[in-house]
Write a protein that binds this ligand. Structure first.
Ligand SMILES: [Mn+2]
Length: 486
């Protein structure tokens, strides 16, 4: 990274700081993303869930600083991504069917964004301004971010000073992606949603202000054709990553090398990122649900749990496989693995339209309870506490733009994607025969609910113990390969 202070000093010396900066072109590098017309249709659909005079506000995610001049890689707020595809920070979408006053007219949608700045672009790349928001992203009207507050003032002015009886509008404000800032020295935490609402209520006392936007979760729960296409792509890339990790696994490796093989394949096949930090836990680390340290050197006889998902054009997969370091399960590992697989099969079969959201979990839990009791690992299959000791998490969550995606948790509906991921975790010291200690197994697939049988979108990746062993005997291809033709 170039030292900015050094350059700044040089510029000042040469009197170059005020020189006219280069103007860069705004380029979208690939055409595989969501078409602007699809975003426009989603905005229209959201507007139809609201009263005509209601206002919805959706903000971009904040830029998060790592230290000094370095920020974390930017990731857009999923709700704004879903409604606009706009990938940059400092943007706010306002929707109102009865019209938002901008310039001489009124508009149903306005995206407020930072105007372009040639000098900044030289350092951190080109960000779309109002012009590109309209021409590239297909937003009806875009304006400078500085216009946001004055516009809201004009839009909501009618309601000011009126008595509560006259309240006619609801202002829906999207939740902040960052919920809470810890401020230990002030002795309190700062909750962004609460603070935002309080500020707005002071400013517009007669407007009903609510968080979040109610229709949005229900919309995001059901995936449209474009979303399913991108999710299949993310899942196919993810399967290739898991194959690369299993085929490349060798004696003496460390967890981070499995992570490296996985993420190398993700990036090589076009994923921009991971959807969540990769979990690669061996031996006792496999018993920690969200273990992401990934630093342990593995040894012979270890079981490796890899819960990793590629993010492609905003959509993430979420797949877990558990495999033996040596390419062959021990007898006890195989026994536990088969129980988890049976539970998962049972959970997947329960993913039918109309079923309560909890049904896959109950189906998987029932199998695990019965089998753990048969193996003598617990005393009673009907003791929820005993089962929870070894299977302590839920079996399913929605999947989409977020790994734990938006949704209503109502009955399952066609074109919803959920995970089915039962597991059994037996840390050292557990009250059972020590032969089971340090076995942690989770098997997770991404399931598309349809009007008929559920479709396992990641089912082409080895699932049975024997298929995993067969895959690990295969040589590692020179380059990561997609399993399915796109
Ligand atoms: Mn998951």
């Amino acid at each position: 990274m170039i030292d900015r202070l050094l350059l700044l000093g040089l510029c000042l010396l040469l009197g170059e700081l005020s020189a006219p900066a280069q103007s860069f072109r705004y380029v979208v590098d690939d055409a595989d993303g969501t078409p602007p017309a699809v975003h426009a249709e989603r905005r229209e659909r959201l507007l139809r869930t609201m009263q005509p005079s209601d206002v919805a506000v959706v903000m971009s995610a904040d830029v998060r600083n790592r230290q000094n001049d370095v920020d974390y890689e930017y990731r857009q707020n999923s709700n704004l991504l879903y409604l606009t595809g706009f990938p940059h920070p400092h943007a706010v979408l306002v929707l109102c069917a009865s019209g938002i006053p901008i310039g001489s007219g009124t508009h149903r949608e306005v995206l407020f964004v930072k105007p372009r700045n040639a000098e900044r672009e030289q350092w951190s790349g080109v960000m779309a301004g109002p012009e590109e928001a309209m021409s590239v992203f297909g937003i009806d009207t875009a304006a400078a971010l500085s216009e946001l507050v004055p516009t809201l003032e004009r839009l909501l002015a009618d309601e000011r000073g009126q008595d509560a009886e006259a309240v006619s509008r609801t202002l829906y404000v999207d939740s902040w992606p960052t919920k809470k800032l810890d401020m230990p020295l002030l002795g309190r935490n700062f909750y962004l949603d609460t603070e935002t609402k309080r500020d707005l209520r002071e400013h517009f006392p007669n407007i009903d202000i609510r968080t979040p936007i109610p229709g949005l979760s229900a919309m995001r729960e059901i995936k449209d054709t474009t979303e399913l296409r991108l999710m299949r792509k993310a899942i196919n890339i993810t399967m290739a990553g898991h194959r690369t990790a299993m085929q490349g696994c060798e004696a003496g490796m460390s967890e981070y090398q499995i992570e490296a093989l996985m993420e190398y394949a993700f990036r090589y096949l076009g994923a921009e990122d991971v959807g969540y930090p990769s979990i690669v836990g061996s031996s006792y680390n496999a018993c920690i649900l969200h273990y992401t340290t990934n630093r342990r050197e593995m040894s012979t006889g270890d079981l490796i749990l890899a819960d990793c998902g590629a993010e492609y054009h905003g959509y993430t997969a979420d797949v877990t496989r558990t495999f033996p370091m040596d390419g062959e399960f021990t007898e006890d590992q195989r026994t536990i693995y088969r129980v988890v697989l049976e539970a998962q099969d049972s959970g997947i079969a329960a993913c039918t339209a109309g079923a309560p959201f909890s049904r896959p979990h109950l189906a998987a839990q029932r199998v695990i309870a019965r089998r753990l009791a048969e193996l003598g690992i617990i005393d009673h299959a009907d003791s929820a506490d005993q089962v929870k000791r070894y299977f302590m998490h839920g079996t399913s969550h929605y999947l989409g733009l977020d790994v734990h995606d938006a949704g209503t948790r109502g009955p399952l509906q066609p074109n919803t994607v959920i995970t089915v991921e039962p597991g059994i975790y037996i840390p050292e010291g557990s009250p059972c025969d020590p032969r089971w200690w340090n076995i942690g197994v989770r098997i997770e697939d991404d399931i598309l609910v349809t009007s008929g049988a559920p479709e396992n979108l990641s089912g082409a990746l080895a699932r049975t113990a024997e298929a995993v062993e067969a895959l690990m005997r295969e040589p590692l291809p020179a380059r990561p390969q997609s399993i399915r033709d796109e």
